[in-house]
Design a protein around this ligand. Structure first.
Ligand code: 0RA
Length: 642
C-alpha cells in the first residue's frame, strides 16, 4: 500500500452512509443478488470487491489493485492503495463505517456519486453481499495512522474492529472465502479472473492491476496506459482480423461530467464488432452510447462520399455496408447511468446517443479528410461490401423464385422435425451418429422436439470464410435446419427452435464434435450463444439398480454419492453407458430428453476476449483438453427446466 497523502476530498463522514436493511434476504435468496449460485455467481463476488477498488481509482484515490487467488482456489484477497474504508463510528447504527458497509444491504454513501458513479445496474450490489455469502471474510484497513482489522462469518462480525498496530499509509484489503453451503462448487477459475482483470486494465488506462495466481505460482502485472487504443489492436490481432488501415481512429471528449473515448478500425472481416463499456463495465447489450457510434460512422462516411462526389452507378450503399468489418470500442463514463434489459447491460440514457454522435461524426470526417489514402481503402472496402450484399440479395430472390410456397422445402431430408412451429416451445437436438439419432427419435416428444443426426466429425470452421463453410453438407444442413442464415446474414428472428441442444456421447469423440459445433456457433452465429439459445445435454454415464429402484448418475462423483446413500445394500447393479447408443429410448427420454427430469448446461460467453483466445488456442490440442476449456465457459443452467 502507498504512503499517506492528504486527501483533497476529506468531506466524507460516516453519517453520509444510508442504512437500508440486514443481510438475511441475501442468504435466503442469493440468486436475486448475484444471478445464481453457479460458477458465474461465484465469480460475481470477485467482480464486486474489485469494482469497489476500481471506484476508489475513479475517485482519483488509488492506482494499484492486487488480486490474489489463493492456492486452495476457494479464497481470494483484493488489495488496493486507496483511502481505506473509513473506520469511524456511524452515529445512527453505533457501528463503524466499515462494519456498516460490510453488513448492511445497499449501504452506500454520498461518495458513490461524487465523480463517476459505478455502474449500479451490473455489479454494484454492494460488498455486503460478499460478506453475506462468505464463510469467512477479513477486512484489513490502513488509515488514520493504524492498521485495523475485523473478521466476519456469513454476514456477521465475529470480532470487534481492532486496532492492530500503528501504520503509515492507506488502503483496503479484503480476504474472503465463499460459503460452500451457498455455492454449488467453490472453485475459482484463474483464467476467468485474469481475463476480467485484463478487461478492466484496458478500460482504465491509469490503473495497474497485479494478478497473483498462487495456485500456479504466476504473477501478472496488467497495465495498459494506452487504454482502449491498445485494446483495439489486441482484439484485432487475437481474432486474426486483417485491418484495412494501420493508423487507428481515436476520439475522446469530456464535458458536463460525461467522458467518452472511441477507438475504431475497418477490417476485412464481414461482421461488425463493437464493444461498449459504461464506467468501465461491459455493456453487452449495447445501448445509446453504442447506437450513437453506429449512426455517427454511417453518417460521417456518407457525408465524406457526398462531399468528394464518390458514387458507384446503380449501387446503393447502406449504413450496414459502411459499418461492415469495423472493430470499435466505445467507453463512456457517466455520473448517473441508467440501465435497461433483463441482464441490465444496456445503457438507456437518452442523451448519450447524441453526445457520442456529436463527438464521433465530425472527428471521423476530419480523420478521413486528413488521411486520404486510408479513406480510399475504407471506401473501396465499403463498395465491395455493397456489391456482395447486392449479389447475395439477387441470389436469394432467385432461390425464392425457384422454390415457391413452403418454407420447409429447404429442410434437409435427415431432419426429424417436430410438429409445433412456435419457437417458444420447440427444441432441436443435434445428435451424433445414426444409431443415437434413432434412439433420440423414438424417445423424443415429437410435438416439440426435433432431431438432427450428424454424420461423424463436422468441418473445423476456425478461420474459414462463410463461403467455404457452406460447401460442407453437414454445416449446410445445420444452417438450413436452424433457418437463421449465417455470418453477416444471421437473423435471430428466423430461428426455428427455442433451444438448440447438443447431445453427444460423453467420450473423446463426442467432446470433439461438441467443440467443432461450438466453434462453428461462436465464429459464425455468435448471437445464438449470446442469446443463450445453445445448450449441452447431459446424458448419464451410469445406471445404478437396486431391486426395483433405478438411479442415474451423470459422472463418477454423482455415482459415488448415490452408492454412498445406498449404504451396505446387496445386489447393487452398476452399468456404465459407453455411449448414447447403449441406452434405450425410454432411458434416454427419462434422463436426458424430458424437460421435467433433465438438466441442461447453457453455453455462455463470459468474456469475449477469453472465448476468442480459447477458440484460437483450441486448434492443436487434444479433444478432451479442448472440451474441458469450453466447459469452464459453460454456466450451469440452474433449475432451468424444472
Ligand atoms: C467509503 C468512503 C471512502 C472510501 C471508501 C468507502 C472506500 C471503499 C473501498 C472499498 C474497497 N476499497 C475502498 N477504498 C475506499 C472515503 C473515505 C475518505 O473520505 O477518506
Amino acid at each position: 500500500m502507498a504512503s499517506a497523502t492528504e486527501s483533497t476530498r476529506g468531506a466524507y463522514t460516516a453519517a453520509d452512509i444510508e442504512v437500508l436493511e440486514g443481510l438475511d434476504p441475501v442468504r435466503k435468496r442469493p440468486s436475486m443478488y448475484i444471478g445464481g449460485t453457479d460458477a458465474r455467481g461465484l465469480h460475481h463476488l470477485v467482480w464486486e470487491i474489485v469494482d469497489n477498488s476500481v471506484d476508489e481509482y475513479l475517485a482519483g484515490e488509488c492506482d494499484r489493485i492486487s488480486v490474489s487467488l489463493h492456492k486452495d482456489l476457494a479464497s481470494i484477497t483484493v488489495d488496493d492503495n486507496g483511502r481505506g474504508i473509513p473506520v469511524d463510528l456511524h452515529p445512527r447504527t453505533k457501528k463503524s463505517a466499515l462494519e456498516t458497509i460490510l453488513t448492511t444491504l445497499h449501504a452506500g454513501g454520498k461518495f458513490s456519486n461524487k465523480n463517476y458513479a459505478r455502474s449500479g445496474g451490473l455489479h454494484g450490489v454492494g460488498s455486503s453481499v460478499v460478506t453475506a455469502l462468505s464463510e469467512e471474510l477479513v477486512a484489513t484497513i490502513h488509515r488514520d495512522g493504524a492498521e485495523w482489522q475485523q473478521r466476519y462469518k456469513r454476514g456477521k462480525p465475529t470480532t470487534p474492529l481492532k486496532q492492530l498496530r500503528p501504520f503509515r499509509g492507506h488502503g483496503t484489503s479484503i480476504f474472503f472465502r465463499p460459503d460452500a453451503d451457498i455455492f454449488r462448487r467453490v472453485q475459482f477459475h484463474a483464467d476467468t479472473i485474469r481475463q476480467h482483470l485484463e478487461d478492466i486494465s484496458y478500460v482504465h488506462g491509469g490503473l495497474t492491476i497485479l494478478f497473483n495466481d498462487e495456485s500456479r505460482g504466476e504473477r501478472t502485472e496488467l497495465h495498459h496506459p494506452d487504454g482502449i487504443r491498445a485494446y483495439l489492436e489486441r482484439i484485432i490481432a487475437d481474432d486474426k482480423r486483417k485491418a484495412v488501415h494501420e493508423l487507428q481512429f481515436f476520439a475522446e471528449k469530456e464535458e458536463d461530467k460525461i467522458r467518452v473515448e472511441v477507438a475504431l478500425k475497418w477490417t476485412e472481416s464481414t461482421d461488425e464488432h463493437i464493444r461498449s463499456y459504461v464506467n468501465g463495465i461491459r455493456t453487452r447489450a449495447g445501448g445509446t452510447h453504442e447506437s450513437g457510434l453506429r449512426s455517427a460512422v454511417a453518417k460521417a462516411v456518407k457525408n465524406y462520399m457526398d462531399v468528394h462526389e464518390i458514387r458507384q452507378k446503380g449501387l446503393d450503399i447502406t449504413p450496414d455496408d459502411i459499418r461492415e468489418g469495423i472493430v470499435a470500442i466505445v467507453s463512456a463514463f457517466h455520473p448517473e447511468p441508467m440501465f435497461q434489459g433483463q441482464t441490465k447491460d444496456r445503457l438507456n440514457n437518452p442523451e448519450m446517443s447524441g453526445w457520442v454522435e456529436g463527438l464521433v461524426r465530425p472527428a471521423l470526417e476530419t480523420f478521413l479528410n486528413n488521411n486520404r489514402t486510408i479513406a480510399d481503402g475504407v471506401i473501396g472496402r465499403i463498395v465491395l461490401a455493397a456489391r456482395a450484399r447486392q449479389a447475395s440479395r439477387d441470389a436469394q430472390t432467385e432461390v425464392r423464385r425457384k422454390s415457391p410456397g413452403s418454407k420447409r422445402s429447404n429442410l434437409p431430408g435427415k431432419l426429424l422435425d417436430c410438429r409445433e412451429n412456435d419457437p417458444g416451445e420447440t427444441e432441436l437436438f443435434i445428435v451424433e451418429g445414426q444409431s443415437a439419432g434413432g434412439t433420440a427419435a423414438s424417445g423424443r416428444d415429437s410435438r416439440i422436439q426435433a432431431v438432427l443426426p450428424l454424420k461423424g466429425k463436422i468441418l473445423n470452421t476456425e478461420g474459414l470464410a462463410t463461403g467455404k463453410i457452406l460447401q460442407s453438407q453437414e454445416i449446410k444442413d445445420l444452417v438450413d435446419t436452424l433457418g437463421t442464415g449465417i455470418g453477416p446474414h444471421f437473423d435471430a428472428h428466423k430461428l426455428r427452435y427455442g433451444k438448440v441442444i447438443l447431445l453427444m456421447d460423453a467420450d473423446s469423440d463426442g467432446y470433439h464434435i461438441s467443440t467443432l459445433l461450438l466453434t462453428f456457433f461462436f465464429r459464425h452465429m455468435r448471437e445464438l450463444i449470446q442469446l443463450g439459445k445453445v445448450f449441452l445435454a447431459q446424458p448419464p454415464l451410469y445406471k445404478i439398480e437396486v431391486g426395483k429402484q433405478r438411479h442415474y448418475a451423470k459422472d463418477e462423483a454423482a455415482k459415488e454419492e448415490i452408492l454412498a446413500s445406498l449404504g451396505e445394500r446387496r445386489n447393487i447393479d452398476v452399468q456404465r453407458f459407453k455411449g448414447l447408443g447403449e441406452m434405450n429410448a425410454d432411458q434416454l427420454k427419462d434422463t436426458t430428453l424430458n424437460p421435467k427430469h433433465r438438466t441442461l448446461l447453457r453455453v455462455d460467453i463470459d468474456s469475449q476476449l477469453e472465448a476468442d483466445a480459447v477458440f484460437s488456442q483450441l486448434l492443436g490440442k487434444d479433444a478432451s483438453e479442448r472440451y474441458r476449456i469450453i466447459m469452464a465457459e459453460a454456466g450451469e443452467a440452474d433449475d432451468l427446466d424444472l
